[in-house]
Design a protein. Structure first.
Ligand code: E4P
Length: 217
């Protein structure tokens, strides 16, 4: 499963990238706001760090304006994936932009039927939002399973990009189901390394090592 990092924080992206943990990046208007940076400028900087797909989201609501914004964002770098909302206009823009050879990430997907439409419109990625469904006491993981089944039934090549990931359990669950990609905030990716038994075991080893009075270096 590919790891995308869901942030516009360049320092966090660089740190995870240096560890080989970043196969791509996703951003959205809220993450751009949080970064306090200009969208074009920060997206260009991210594309200079990460070789894989970097999603940059349009903010227009009608297809023609989405297409114009998508073209401008795609001009930033060859690894831009234009992020479009899953609306009828977003699907129209998806068809046009993928027809021009651009990568498209269709976002704000909350049903398998929406994912089916995105695949038929040629989306490179579909972003089903797990956490936001869970917030409403719905089952985000069931959505990932349904999309996996539907795409496999018909051989759609659109990649399932599990989004709105909030916990390490979400990461494991989407990996079990076979999502192609997951995107998570940097803190969730860092938490994947933590286990209380690792910490306890290490503390014991350090205590015992001190008693040996030895040094390796
Ligand atoms: C995905 O592309 C979105 O940017 C993101 O995963 C949304 O996550 P949130 O629901 O935690 O805001």
């Amino acid at each position: 499963m590919k790891f995308f990092v869901d942030t516009a924080d360049v320092t966090a992206i660089r740190e995870l990238h240096d560890l080989g943990m970043v196969d791509g990046v996703t951003t959205n208007p809220s993450l751009i706001l949080k970064s306090g940076r200009d969208i074009i400028e920060v997206t260009r900087e991210i594309c200079g760090i990460v070789e894989g797909p970097v999603s940059a989201e349009v903010v227009a609501l009608d297809a023609d304006a989405m297409i114009a914004e998508g073209r401008k964002l795609a001009d930033i770098a060859p690894n831009i994936a234009v992020k479009l909302p899953l609306t009828w206009d977003g699907l129209k823009a998806c068809k046009v932009l993928t027809g021009e050879g651009k990568m498209v990430n269709v976002t704000l997907c909350f049903s398998a039927n929406q994912a089916l439409l995105a695949a038929k419109a040629g989306a490179t990625f579909i972003s089903p939002f797990i956490g936001r469904l869970d917030d409403l006491a719905l089952d985000g993981m069931e959505l990932i399973e349904d999309i996996r089944t539907v795409y496999d039934n018909y051989g759609f090549e659109t990649q399932i990009l599990a989004a709105s990931i909030r916990s390490v359990n979400h990461v494991l669950d989407v990996a079990r189901i076979g999502a192609d990609v997951m995107t998570a905030p940097p803190e969730v990716i860092r938490k994947l390394a933590s286990h209380p038994l690792t910490d306890a075991g290490l503390a014991q080893f350090m205590k015992d090592w001190e008693k040996t009075g030895q040094k390796i270096l």
